[in-house]
Design a protein around this ligand. Structure first.
Ligand code: 15L
Length: 266
């Protein structure tokens, strides 16, 4: 793996990841729709709108691997999700395949399975239960990844990311927090492990209250070094300030589940 492209490199996750991956691969190409505000002089940046196939073709040319973080990263109106996450994700996989890219690591999300109740701990062998249009787009990305792996031999890893930040910020995040260093570990497994064909991992640190069984990632050597429990007191103090949201508290996806929720009123 010599040359790696990161899409969505200007976002919160992309900004952390590109700094931590600096020097790991001979070439790190970074892309986003707009130039990152903190772009360093030694960073190779190429702007692209993922909804435009011709622009995607240009940024993927000549790379061995792609970390696809690009797209719209929360719930949004359908036209936004459609362009950024459905069309954009299709363009990315199709252009990667046509260009002979070997591996794609796709930033999926916990919102692809957000409607599982917190009383249920799940592994990766479950039916998707998206909690939003955004979650549906992530399930779509996982399905696309499977198609390009099985039909065209691309090696694809989908990471169902919990919440990447320097520390967990509330009760739900004590379960789903992923430290930037642990994210790097998962991404590197996806880009480098010789036995990857198509895999789904949970993007979660070694959290005592995790909703997810991450045995599949462990099988590939993932050994998370961060633990949300170290931040419990601080996170629970913030939680105490939040308004009660019984629907959010029932499910893995939290507020993405309660947003627009009216299933009990039919
Ligand atoms: C996500 O998928 C989002 O990208 C992120 O901004 C957070 O909202 C996170 O999920 C979460 O569930 O906390």
């Amino acid at each position: 793996m010599k040359s790696v492209l990161i899409t969505g490199a200007a976002g919160k996750v992309g900004t952390r990841l590109r700094k931590l991956l600096k020097g790991v691969y001979a070439e790190l190409r970074i892309s986003d729709i707009d130039k990152p505000a903190d772009l360093a002089p030694d960073e190779a940046f190429a702007a692209a709108d993922l909804a435009d196939y011709a622009q995607v073709e240009k940024i993927v040319a000549g790379v061995d691997g792609i970390v696809h973080l690009g797209g719209f990263s929360v719930e949004g109106p359908w036209p936004t999700i459609l362009n950024a996450n459905i069309v954009g994700c299709y363009n990315l996989f199709e252009a990667a395949y046509r260009a002979g890219v070997k591996r794609v690591v796709f930033a999926s999300s916990n919102h692809a399975i957000g409607f599982y109740p917190r009383s249920q701990r799940i592994g990766v062998d479950v039916t998707v239960r998206p909690d939003s249009r955004y979650g549906v787009s992530k399930a779509f990305g996982e399905a696309l990844g499977a198609l390009y792996a099985d039909k065209h031999g691309l090696r694809v890893t989908c990471i169902r990311i919990g919440h990447v930040l320097d520390k967990p910020v509330d009760k739900r995040r004590l379960s789903i927090w992923l430290s930037p260093d642990d994210l790097v570990q998962l991404v590197r497994i996806g880009l480098e492990h010789p036995d990857i064909h198509y895999e789904i991992f949970y993007g979660v640190s070694d959290n005592a209250a995790s909703f997810w069984d991450n045995a599949n990632a462990t099988r590939f050597g993932y050994r998370p070094q961060s633990r949300a429990e170290h931040f419990r007191q601080e996170a629970m103090a913030t939680e105490a300030e939040l308004p009660a949201d019984p629907i959010a508290e029932r499910y893995h996806g939290g507020p993405f589940c309660s947003d627009e929720y009216d299933a009990d009123h039919r």
